[in-house]
Write a protein that binds this ligand. Structure first.
Ligand code: TMP
Length: 225
């Protein structure tokens, strides 16, 4: 039995990482065998690629280089982490995935959407999420949160966060277009609300999916040990 694949998407500062971790804790407490990973990153090779992509010093990176690097990190992640975990019947929670490339490189940078679809298919070998949680937030509010986080961390935005507001507005429009095209897969949640309220929404969606599809093979481990 294949496992279950859930991705978290959204613009900067939408709280997707916090929501992913909350869901992970919830699923594990309920006895599910769930793992978390992130795109870009998630593997030793992916971490190196992530460093290149987010380094604010890399101001001269061409849009085509950027696209290829995101896809390279993803190909490695699917090959090394996600596919084996799903084949073992586990639940995989991934912080960003193919929709990020459509939203950021497609709608944000203006690269060809058909080309991106083909590159996504190459990198993932056709793997698609069972559910995508899209945290939707006004980019001005999201960037303010990202600035707060950057100040706490190292006092600087990463290369993508440094993009102009209009870029982030196109990214949000891109995400909304993806959600409108695939309402069955993408759950759009209002990220301006409190964390606990959003957590409840995410849980309901995932619990419903687990009920509907039946337990992923081997994912259930005894809650009491
Ligand atoms: P994050 O892990 O904090 O979300 O940072 C990853 C950054 O990379 C974020 O700004 C979104 C961006 N990104 C893309 O532009 N394209 C992609 O395909 C992915 C996965 C992320």
């Amino acid at each position: 039995m294949p496992g279950l694949f859930v991705t978290f998407e959204g613009g900067e500062g939408t709280g997707k990482t916090t929501q992913l971790k909350a869901l992970l804790t919830h699923l594990r407490a309920a006895g599910w065998d769930a793992v978390e990973t992130r795109d870009p990153g998630g593997t030793p090779i992916g971490k190196q690629i992530r460093g290149l992509l987010l380094d604010p010093e890399n101001t001269r990176m061409a849009a085509a280089s950027e696209l290829c690097l995101y896809e390279a990190s993803r190909a490695q992640l699917v090959h090394e982490v996600i596919r084996p975990a799903l084949d073992a019947g586990r639940i995989v929670l991934c912080d960003r995935f193919t929709d990020s490339t459509v939203a950021y490189q497609g709608y944000g940078r203006g690269l060809d959407l058909d080309l991106i679809a083909r590159m996504n298919a190459l990198a993932t070998d056709g793997l698609r999420p069972d559910l995508t949680v899209l945290l939707d937030l006004d980019p001005e509010a999201g960037l303010a949160r990202a600035t707060q986080r950057a100040t706490q961390r190292q006092g600087r935005h990463d290369r993508i966060e440094e993009e102009v507001l209009a870029f982030h507005q196109r990214v949000r429009a891109g995400y909304r277009a993806i959600a409108a095209a695939e309402p069955g897969r993408v759950a759009v949640l209002d990220a301006a609300r409190g964390m606990v309220e959003i957590e409840g929404d995410v849980r309901r969606r995932v619990d419903e999916l687990l009920r509907r599809s039946g337990p992923p093979g081997g994912s259930r481990v005894p809650a009491s040990g």
